[in-house]
Design a protein around this ligand. Structure first.
Ligand SMILES: Cc1ncc(COP(=O)(O)O)c(C=O)c1O
Length: 397
């Protein structure tokens, strides 16, 4: 299909709920993407953080192909061998508990909301506190839980029971708690909200408050999970254990999968009839996730993030010294934000024209999330393109 036909079919047949950039990408390998005209791009925001192992990682491609020839789908009223293995491996790298499989981050958060409400049902508690500027998904409940009204206002009336606290502000959290509160949900590093890193002491205090008041602590690790911070999960980076953790994005290495992990003592509240997903834990998805975990281990990707992440951030900080338009460089591992003094979309477009794909979130924050296995040479190339684009866009200072 040629480029014009693709765009024409989109105009005619695809619902336009995405702001779509004027590119058709047709091939990917590792840190590289190719458009329909054969132009090659360095991708430092692969698949909105889904392709954390880069594009078409060999092990994941092989696992999916092998599984597809064996068994593509069987329903959840039977046992599924790869699902069992995937759950075991996820528990081994996270915390003692059990896994519910689904297909996306929003679904994982929906499962978490339902589990929290089940936990609270005996004491009549149902309210969940989330953070301002958070992002938890687009279903009606998760978009309501998302602490950014612009996403939910058009869909009123919204489900009840969601309250919003300021991020990194314990007194704001305390002010939100009442006798109906059952849980707190937080992204340990806010992604869509502009790469805002939680303070470790703040997270520790939330953990203590949840313990004191018998409330559940939910970490939304849809974006931070599966190696982004240099640990499998951000909760390990911060050394604060949640009761529930939600995952998606990199978990499937490009194949759709979501998961909610709940600790021992609460996971068994979900019994037959309380929750389900037809595709959840599908053999293909689980074979992909198994290959992701195996690749992270085999290729020592956590070590790569831990060693190159700080170096990359320090190189970006050097640019901040030179370019006054850069207000802040922040982040952990390969989850990095470059905040500008001006809206960032034009700069991101400039980088793309120069061959580097990045993302602009929260108007002024340039989001940089290279694949976990990226090499120093790729990062150096990325820095050169960022520098060139800064000069072109804002001049030499
Ligand atoms: C932290 C976080 N939670 C949940 C979601 C929703 O995930 P999905 O789009 O897979 O439903 C996202 C998506 O960007 C996210 O960043």
């Amino acid at each position: 299909m040629d480029e014009l036909t693709v765009k024409e079919y989109y105009r005619k047949y695809v619902i336009g709920c995405y702001g779509r950039e004027d590119f058709v990408f047709v091939k990917g390998k590792g840190v590289w993407l190719w458009d329909i005209n054969g132009r090659k791009y360095l991708d430092f925001f692969p698949g909105w953080a889904v392709s954390g192992l880069g594009h078409c990682p060999e092990a994941v491609v092989n696992a999916i192909c092998k599984q597809a020839r064996k068994l593509m789908h069987v329903a959840n009223n039977y046992y599924i061998d790869v699902q069992a293995m995937c759950a075991k491996n996820l528990i081994e790298i996270s915390f003692d508990g059990k896994v519910f499989f689904c297909n996306s981050g929003a679904e994982a958060n929906e499962a978490a909301i339902k589990l929290c409400r089940l936990y609270g049902s005996k004491t009549g508690r149902y309210k969940i506190i989330s953070m301002k500027n958070s992002f938890h998904g687009r279903t009606l409940a998760t978009v309501t839980m998302t602490g950014q009204e612009k996403y939910s206002i058009p869909f009123k009336p919204l489900p009840e029971g969601f309250v919003y606290a300021e991020f990194n502000d314990i007194s704001s959290l305390n002010a939100c708690i009442d006798d109906k509160t059952i849980a707190v949900i937080i992204e340990p590093i806010q992604g869509e909200g502009g790469i805002n890193v939680a303070d470790a002491q703040y997270l520790k205090r939330i953990r203590e408050i949840c313990n004191d008041k018998d409330m559940l602590l939910v970490f939304d690790e849809v974006q931070t999970g599966m190696g982004r911070t240099g640990e499998y999960f951000a909760f390990q980076y911060f050394n604060i254990k949640p009761d529930i953790m939600t995952l998606a994005k990199t978990l499937g290495g490009g194949f759709p999968i979501g998961a909610m992990i709940a600790r021992k003592g609460i996971c068994d509240l979900l019994t037959p009839g309380t929750h389900a997903s037809t595709f959840g834990g599908n053999p293909l998805a689980c074979s992909a996730a198994l290959a992701v975990i195996e690749t992270i281990q085999k290729e020592k990707l956590l070590e790569n993030v831990s060693s190159l992440g700080p170096w990359f951030i320090s190189e970006l900080k050097k640019l901040k010294e030179r370019f006054s338009v850069i207000k802040d460089i922040r982040g952990v591992g390969f989850m990095i934000g470059m905040e500008l003094n001006v809206p960032g979309s034009s700069f991101v477009n400039r980088c793309r024209n120069n061959g580097l794909l990045l993302n602009c979130t929260h108007d002024t924050v340039v989001r940089i999330m290279p694949p976990l296995g990226v090499k120093k040479s790729h990062l150096k190339k990325g820095i050169r393109i960022i520098e060139k684009s800064l000069i072109e866009e804002f001049g030499n200072n």
